[in-house]
Design a protein around this ligand. Structure first.
Ligand SMILES: CC(C)(COP(=O)(O)OP(=O)(O)OC[C@H]1O[C@@H](n2cnc3c(N)ncnc32)[C@H](O)[C@@H]1OP(=O)(O)O)[C@@H](O)C(=O)NCCC(=O)NCCS
Length: 161
């Protein structure tokens, strides 16, 4: 997890999402969501056909990763899914630019992540709540309330380090 505040909390770094190889489940799952949303926004017959294709593609990578990241989630650019397994993200969650989410993370309900928020393996965030920019959520933490900018939260229930 990267406490480096040089990573922007505002400007998406799209290079963080680039598909590197054929078998690259995290970036490919995200790409399906991006392309689906672009196709829906485009509209028309072509948009409809493309959206169906990307919805199927999303289903494939969802099964592979055993993750549920809804097709209509609001996710800003630069999201890293480093070990993409068992990630559950509620449709009402919002994710800011340049976040990182490890495996087995749950964003339950309307959770709003700011920019450059890193969420450690197994953490559960039980909304409604919001997390400030550059915050870090420790592995296996259970977060039940708002988290301030730059905070590091650990434990159950999570407390600031
Ligand atoms: C929360 C985290 C970012 C803190 O990192 P850090 O600032 O370097 O903190 P330290 O390792 O110095 O630990 C500080 C204290 O917090 C405790 N702590 C650290 N992480 C913790 C966690 N996830 N849960 C409970 N306590 C934790 C340490 O035991 C230590 O306690 P002490 O002061 O009583 O000795 C990091 O420990 C973490 O959980 N990262 C997640 C990484 C991850 O999920 N990786 C997946 C790789 S596959």
């Amino acid at each position: 997890m990267d406490p480096d505040k040089n990573v922007s909390a505002q400007t998406p770094d799209w290079s963080r999402e680039v598909v590197q190889k054929f078998w690259d489940p995290g970036p490919k799952l995200l790409r399906a969501i991006r392309r689906y949303q672009a196709a829906c926004a485009r509209g028309g017959v072509l948009g409809k056909v493309r959206s169906k294709y990307w919805a199927l593609n999303h289903l494939f990578w969802s099964v592979i990763t055993q993750s549920e990241i809804h097709l209509n989630c609001q996710i800003e650019g630069g999201l890293r899914l480093t070990h993409p397994t068992g990630i559950i993200i509620h449709p009402d969650a919002k994710i800011g630019p340049n976040c990182m989410i490890f495996h087995q993370v749950t964003l339950a309900g309307p959770v709003v992540l700011g920019g450059h928020v890193d969420v450690g393996a197994g953490a559960k965030l039980l909304g409604p709540l919001s997390v400030g920019n550059h915050a870090r959520i420790g592995a296996n933490a259970v977060v039940t309330g708002d988290v301030g900018e730059g905070a590091t939260m650990v434990g159950i229930p999570a407390r600031a380090l």
